[in-house]
Write a protein that binds this ligand. Structure first.
Ligand code: BG6
Length: 255
């Protein structure tokens, strides 16, 4: 639009898309770290993308985080053109209840008048425990929904901030620091060039599964997330759509 042309956002979007080598970049004005309602704008942009891209029955896998919680807040009732099922992308990876994927999916279902499923898996369980849990019929069913998701909505975080938020063991934090992890998504930690340094062991969607998903939308804003976004985008599937804010975009474009 006219206003966007004047402030050059359209141009920033195409430059950033080029730079990151992904499908599309959507930038909302402002800085979501400084101004809380900019997070809502990120959420609105995400809702618009869903409505533009999905028709009929769809399964949407969702991660946790405060940005995804804002996305949930912005959702609106769906017409009967769309039947959505929201599922957490992965099992528990250490978040406050309000920022957990289960909570966010339930809110998305409530706001849209659609369905959701929960995936109750404790944060830290033994291999043995996992193996028996995934045989549970209910968990098994949710896992197969996740496998057939046609859209993924996920956040991106600063590696060390996320590790702290998850109360990660000191030894793993050291590993992240030593190998210079900068970004995090889905419980995977990445260095500057997008190599996986460490991952949270849990069931559900794994990084490589993303390649089989038709619509992948990453939502992350704020200047402090620029490094994390750049790191993750080195590894992200090429069909990723990034929804970000002007502050992060400006920082990213500085290169
Ligand atoms: C977490 C996700 O719940 O939220 C992470 O598991 C993501 O993968 C993080 O990076 C983002 O959090 P926020 O609050 O910055 O949106």
């Amino acid at each position: 639009g006219f206003i966007r042309d004047i402030i050059g956002i359209d141009e920033m979007e195409s430059n950033l898309k080029q730079m990151l080598g992904i499908k599309k970049v959507i930038i909302v004005s402002g800085d979501s770290e400084e101004t809380p309602w900019v997070k809502d704008e990120l959420g609105k942009a995400c809702v618009t993308s869903i409505n533009e891209n999905l028709m009929g029955e769809s399964i949407i896998a969702v991660t946790g985080g405060s940005t995804m919680a804002a996305v949930a807040d912005m959702m609106t009732p769906q017409s009967n053109e769309r039947e959505l099922v929201f599922v957490p992308a992965r099992g528990g990876i250490g978040e406050d209840v309000k920022n957990q994927a289960n909570t966010i999916c339930s809110k998305m279902a409530e706001k849209t008048g659609c369905k959701h499923r929960v995936l109750y898996v404790p944060d830290q369980v033994s291999e043995e425990m996992y193996r028996s849990m995934i045989k549970e019929p209910e968990i098994h069913e949710v896992l197969s929904l996740i496998k057939s998701a046609n859209m993924v909505l996920h956040g991106i975080g600063d590696a060390l901030k996320m590790a702290e938020r998850r109360k990660t063991a000191a030894e793993d934090i050291r590993k992240l620091e030593e190998s210079k992890a900068v970004g995090e998504a889905f419980g995977y930690y990445f260095n500057e060039v997008g190599e996986v340094i460490h991952k949270v062991q849990t069931i559900g969607m794994q990084l490589n599964d993303l390649n089989n998903v038709e619509h992948v939308i990453a939502i992350a804003g704020g200047a402090s997330k620029a490094k994390a976004i750049r790191a993750y985008m080195n590894r992200a599937p090429k069909n990723t759509v990034l929804i970000t804010d002007e502050a992060a975009a400006t920082e990213l474009l500085k290169g």
